[in-house]
Design a protein around this ligand. Structure first.
Ligand code: MN
Length: 201
């Protein structure tokens, strides 16, 4: 079964002004769509054709010659994770009590958490992703480069991510990655998704 594009969980204009309709249209309809198409093209007619997305990523990660499949399949996963890490529904943009208590235990306060997430996102040199993960009983913030994903670390449960590739923000914020990240941290993080992922770990 070829991969299909996951629908966006909100309207194209729902995340403006942090992420404009124009940016989201390109990001979803061009960048993400291309990763889905490339992955399908790479597996078509091969013994990997019937693997699901996670199986494709694990298989490609174990095969150092399969960089193209890993990069494209992992980018499909990372983007779907990103779409679901965001929301314009303000009933979801504050951490639930369970997650807030973990945030306070591991970062001191929600403000300190946001500072740490922002610092990590700005510190990622070049293209990549900033993640909130749960590992060894603690919340942690990590970054990955290019298509790399915490999915390949069996000890880590990814909870939220921010795409810090330039295509995610350049039309709206040009070189100001900080404004894009701050806008997401202040207005668009989907803590309901984070809680669901935490509970499923
Ligand atoms: Mn992207």
């Amino acid at each position: 079964m070829p991969l299909s594009m996951q629908p966006l969980p909100y309207a194209m204009n729902a995340l403006a002004p942090v992420i404009s309709e124009e940016t989201l249209s390109y990001h979803y309809g061009k960048h993400y769509a291309t990763y889905v198409k490339n992955t399908n093209d790479l597996i078509k007619g091969t013994d990997r054709e019937n693997l699901n997305l996670k199986q494709l990523i694990f298989t490609a990660a174990a095969d150092t010659l399969d960089t193209a499949l890993f990069n494209n399949a992992a980018q499909v996963y990372n983007h779907e994770f990103f779409w679901n890490s965001l929301t314009n529904d303000t009933s979801k943009t504050t951490p639930t009590p369970k997650l807030m208590s973990l945030i306070e235990a591991d970062f001191g306060s929600y403000e300190s958490f946001k500072e740490a997430f922002k610092k990590a996102a700005l510190g990622q040199f070049g293209s990549g992703w900033a993640w909130l993960i749960f590992q060894d009983g603690h919340l942690k913030i990590i970054t990955t480069s290019n298509a790399a994903t915490p999915l390949t670390n069996p000890a880590a449960t990814p909870l939220l991510t921010i795409d810090v590739w330039e295509h995610a923000y350049y039309l709206d914020h040009q070189n100001r990655r900080a404004d894009f990240v701050q806008g997401i941290l202040d207005h668009l993080l989907n803590w309901e998704t984070a809680l669901k992922r935490y509970q499923e770990k």
